[in-house]
Design a protein around this ligand. Structure first.
Ligand SMILES: *Cc1c(COP(=O)(O)O)cnc(C)c1O
Length: 518
């Protein structure tokens, strides 16, 4: 056993089995927990109100009968202090980015500057009606137009649509653009290639877009297996969807060769740019030969995300894809005014209501303006530096003896460890390690993805963490391994200090319990 087993983690007095007064605390907790577990509907009491509207002092106009509800909606009836406590309590039981380090690989959980919230909340931004006549919404249109310009510059592609509202939605836009492009040429194609490292949304999008998914293998350096690609790239292939750096945190050095092969059969090259955190200002997908890129403003460009909240997945495209872009497009007219352009006969049409999540655009615009192009480049450089620092630290602490990097080379903004040796030697799974990290106050990294790596752990520290935080995280991993070498049962039953223990995660997704009264 290595140095890791020398100092055992001090037993945490708050964890089960170490409580000096187990019965007393158990009693107190049952009552509290019962109350805390109540839904807002269970707390409801008829007649309670948080807000009572003043008497109407204008003429009332009743809705026509046919639009009226037969019965009032079943909303919880609850007083304001109870509402505040309820949601405040829920928020504290959650683990979020403002709570602690959140190295969830592929998700780019970077700090979201609070300044952006203030800018997005300015009345001119937050109160603008989506149906406002474009002539009276010049500021908003200008902001969107300038954001398009900035994203175009980052991608190295000339045309941008802000409409798609998620990364996967941007992917769908890209696949639909590809379909429109080939249909316009009378060229019937049936397949889209995705590497076996790709994010799960890629093959899902391909299927949704009506194409057959064909997997491409990975070579020993973690990049696309170029020979496999060559064998599979034929005239039936419409597109290759690629992430570079990919979800292994590896930059594919063969990208020019890959672009040549794909363009050689007339197919489009799609860049899954959900995570641009390693490349901003350093390299551009357009320069690598990509035709279509999507951005996740809710990853790289600091829109807070998680829990399915508002996002944006704009796309940037090359000249040949431009005619098919979504409509309306935000444009600048010759007289210098901004407008919505509906005159797009070859467009794939509208992908969502209005222009997308405008507040997201404001936050990302604020981010880009406050950092400037040098700042964006520095953000990427620091993200890569932080990931490599953390990996080096894990090596120095001996953690990589049990959790070796899947690809032993310079990583980009994230890296993948394999928990296979840990499982073999300590009989601990990656899931156990992830759960035990919660007791150390860290959100676990992404686990069991990419699927290619056995017992995978995908770690993305981002540029907004201090060296001290990275050190503490590395030490926590070392401590968990040390503890596991002595008594693996502790991690196997973790977490102990969270509001809930181990969950049936698949069950929660497959059989959600809806406790709203019918
Ligand atoms: C997050 C992510 C996506 C999907 O983005 P959503 O906004 O969640 O739909 C796609 N590809 C990669 C590489 C990602 O990290």
């Amino acid at each position: 056993m290595s140095s890791i087993t020398e100092n055992r983690l001090h037993a945490d007095p708050s964890i089960e089995g170490h409580d000096p007064h187990p019965r007393r605390s158990a009693l107190v907790e049952t009552d509290m927990q019962r109350d805390r577990a109540k839904t807002i509907y269970e707390k409801s009491k008829p007649g309670r109100r948080a807000f009572v509207a003043p008497e109407l002092d204008v003429p009332s106009h009743a809705l026509p009968e046919k639009f009226r509800r037969a019965e009032p909606p079943k909303l919880p009836e609850i007083a304001e202090p109870e509402i505040v406590r309820h949601y405040n309590r829920l928020s504290k039981r959650n683990f979020d980015l403002d709570t602690g380090f959140y190295p969830l690989g592929s998700c780019t959980m970077k700090h979201n500057p609070k300044l952006h919230e203030r800018v997005a909340a300015l009345p001119g931004n937050s109160r603008l009606h989506p149906l406002q006549n474009p002539k009276r919404a010049q500021g908003a249109l200008q902001l969107m137009h300038e954001l398009q310009g900035a994203l175009s510059e980052v991608a190295g592609l000339p045309h941008v649509s802000l409409q798609p509202s998620a990364g996967s939605h941007g992917e769908l836009a890209g696949v639909l653009l590809t379909r429109a492009y080939f249909e316009d040429r009378g060229d019937q194609r049936t397949k889209i290639l995705t590497p076996d490292t790709s994010h799960g949304t890629n093959p899902a999008t391909v299927t949704m877009g009506g194409y057959e998914v064909v997997k491409v293998g990975t070579d020993e350096h973690g990049g696309v297996d170029v020979e496999d690609l060559r064998a599979k790239a034929d005239e039936q292939v419409a597109c290759l969807m690629l992430t570079n750096p990919n979800t292994l945190g590896v930059f594919d050095r063969n990208i020019e060769e890959i672009a040549k092969i794909v363009h050689g059969v007339g197919a489009t090259l799609y860049y899954d740019g959900a995570n641009l955190n390693a490349v901003m200002g350093r390299t551009r997908p357009g320069d690598m030969g990509f035709d279509i890129v999507h951005f996740n403003l809710h990853k790289t460009f600091t829109q807070p995300h998680g829990g399915g909240g508002p996002g944006a997945g704009p796309i940037a495209v090359s000249d040949r894809m431009e005619p098919y872009l979504t409509k309306p497009q935000v444009v600048k007219r010759d007289d210098g005014t901004f407008d919505l352009d509906y005159d797009r006969p070859k467009s794939i049409g509208r992908l969502r209501g209005f222009q997308g999540n405008y507040g997201v655009f404001v936050r990302s615009y604020a981010y880009i303006l406050s950092l400037g192009s040098d700042g964006l480049q520095e953000a990427s450089e620091t993200a890569v530096l932080n990931a490599n620092y953390l990996l080096a630290k894990l090596r120095a602490l001996g953690v990589t003896e049990y959790l070796p990097p899947a690809y032993d080379r310079l990583c980009m903004h994230e890296f993948v460890l394999s928990g296979a040796p840990m499982k073999k030697e300590l009989d601990l799974r990656t899931l156990d390690l992830a759960k035990r990290l919660l007791d150390h106050g860290f959100h676990p990294p992404t686990v069991y993805f990419p699927l290619l790596v056995d017992e995978a752990l995908l770690i993305e520290p981002t540029e907004t963490e201090t060296m001290e935080t990275l050190d503490l995280f590395a030490e926590a991993l070392a401590n968990i391994l040390r503890e596991g070498a002595e008594d693996p049962e502790i991690a196997r039953n973790a977490p102990y200090g969270t509001p809930v223990r181990r969950l049936d995660e698949a069950g929660a997704a497959k059989r959600p319990v809806i406790r709203q009264p019918l």
